[in-house]
Design a protein around this ligand. Structure first.
Ligand SMILES: Cc1cc2nc3c(=O)[nH]c(=O)nc-3n(C[C@H](O)[C@H](O)[C@H](O)COP(=O)(O)OP(=O)(O)OC[C@H]3O[C@@H](n4cnc5c(N)ncnc54)[C@H](O)[C@@H]3O)c2cc1C
Length: 447
């Protein structure tokens, strides 16, 4: 790596908040003759939306962990926010660095504008910027080619290092221990059972405190150990959970590879005043249709809802309430703890029909989904206390009870559902040419 051997290097961290399985850090550590420094510029200062409180807490814990790890190696570490000088050339000058190295990452147009500004000012200052890509994800921009194999830190080192108690790798390993006893694939959709059946690791993946490649590797290893300890069960449902989990993790990298920067192609339809009122009602879970309302209140309160509920609230907003996709994606970006632009925005596109339209409509009936996913009404009653006046059996359609005094839904879901299907049928193919080409290769990504 001739670029970074001459002097002290600056490692620039973004959503890769870890030292292990981090090609940029490892490259700089091995190649830098006269030391290195590590800097993180906070997401909001790089053009990302405001993080949720849970996301901030998780990332601040990771920053403290990094501070301890780097401190033990005598490597300076700084976290810079919106109020700090983020000129990379000035930072290099202050820390005595003569080169910058980062992991490939792509982002929305605004984030790329920040990156281009860094490239420009470093070029002016004559400071080389090296971008490496250790993950099996094709990234946009320089240095983003998909590597032939992932970069993983030496396993022996990770086994022998005493990992801090809050290290996400320990969370992953604890989950893999119990995975065969969980009904992972069947229960991940079901409110009440979703959080105990799925890994709940998405915020770690999104913050980069855990790499997808490491998760795949650890899953294979745990599977091998479990099969050795359970002879004759290789074809059982328990054994299959490992495969299903691994394929979900692979789905993540697939999304990031193919769909990144989808937001840039999201139609920017200006919302009208009544639409803003509807967006507010949808976001606060006050539209009058219990299942999507309960999901939005769970999301607002906890920062997480399961995959099926994410589909439901998105489809409901885009198709039945007819709200602009850009508004919906923007709201979800602010509400998900695990917000990852390369997943949220394409999922919004799948729901508004600009991606994979040929696979048919994603128009969900919110009342039917309520009955299917929450037959006991426990979920809607938990999140919507106002339903306590409504007798059992009417929790998903309170308006059918003669004594109902709750406000009427802001939309007639049956009429809206029929209208959405008719619109979908009449809609011309609206795939953009570049996406159309990409998507012919990615039908396996359809959820
Ligand atoms: C509208 C919409 C928006 C979404 N936005 C995000 C987002 O911003 N960030 C995000 O991580 N996931 C997103 N997802 C995907 C999925 O809902 C979450 O990854 C999952 O619910 C996270 O819970 P978990 O970690 O317990 O998942 P697990 O079932 O334990 O899966 C393990 C990991 O695999 C990945 N994964 C799982 N399902 C998917 C999927 N369908 N697509 C891509 N990767 C997946 C995640 O990284 C997850 O942590 C979205 C889905 C929809 C429908």
């Amino acid at each position: 790596m001739p670029l970074i051997t001459a002097g002290k290097s600056l490692v620039l961290l973004a959503e890769d908040l870890r030292l292990e399985d981090n090609l940029a850090f490892s490259t700089a550590f091995r190649a830098s003759a006269t030391g290195l420094a590590v800097v993180r510029i906070l997401p909001e200062a790089r053009g990302r939306p405001r993080r949720t409180p849970n996301r901030r807490t998780l990332e601040e814990a990771a920053e403290r962990r990094l501070g301890r790890q780097l401190g033990a190696l005598d490597i300076p570490f700084e976290v810079l926010g919106a109020g700090d000088d983020q000129s990379l050339a000035a930072i290099c000058c202050r820390l005595g660095c003569t080169a910058v190295i980062r992991n490939a990452a792509d982002g929305m147009a605004i984030e790329n504008a920040v990156r281009c500004e860094w490239e420009r000012e470093l070029a002016v200052a004559g400071i080389p910027l090296l971008t490496v890509n250790g993950e099996m994800i094709r990234r946009y921009g320089p240095g983003g080619a998909k590597p032939e194999r992932p970069f993983l830190s030496d396993d022996h080192k990770l086994e022998s290092d005493r990992l801090a108690d809050d290290h996400p790798l320990l969370l992953l390993r604890a989950f893999l221990q119990v995975l065969p006893d969980r009904n992972y694939l069947a229960d991940m959709w079901i409110p009440g059972r979703d959080r105990s059946s799925s890994s709940q690791l998405s915020t770690h993946f999104a913050a980069g405190t855990l790499s997808s490649d490491r998760a795949a590797w650890e899953t294979t290893k745990a599977e091998r150990i479990w099969k050795a300890a359970n002879p004759g069960k290789a074809r059982s449902a328990e054994a299959a959970s490992f495969r299903h989990f691994r394929s979900r993790v692979a789905m993540r990298t697939g999304f990031l590879t193919v769909f990144s920067r989808y937001q840039d192609t999201t139609r920017l339809t200006a919302a009208t005043e009544p639409q803003f009122d509807r967006v507010r009602a949808w976001r606060e879970g006050r539209t009058g249709i219990p299942m999507p309302d309960a999901a939005m209140r769970e999301l607002a309160a906890t920062g997480w809802i399961n995959f099926r509920l994410r589909q439901l609230v998105t489809s409901y907003a885009v198709q039945l309430l007819q709200l602009p996709a850009a508004e919906i994606g923007g709201a979800l970006a602010e509400m998900f703890d695990d917000y990852e632009p390369g997943i949220t925005w394409p999922q919004v596109g799948l729901n508004d029909g600009t991606i994979m339209q040929e696979r048919g409509p994603r128009i969900l009936n919110p009342v039917k989904q309520g009955h299917d996913l929450d037959p006991t009404e426990a979920y809607v009653r938990h999140w919507l206390p106002e339903l306590k006046t409504i007798p059992a059996g009417f929790g998903h359609e309170p308006w059918l009870w003669f004594g109902n005094t709750l406000p009427a839904p802001i939309v007639d879901h049956k009429a809206a559902f029929r209208a959405a299907r008719a619109r979908w049928g009449a809609q011309e193919q609206v795939l953009l040419p570049r996406e159309a080409v990409l998507l012919t290769h990615t039908s396996h990504l359809a959820p």
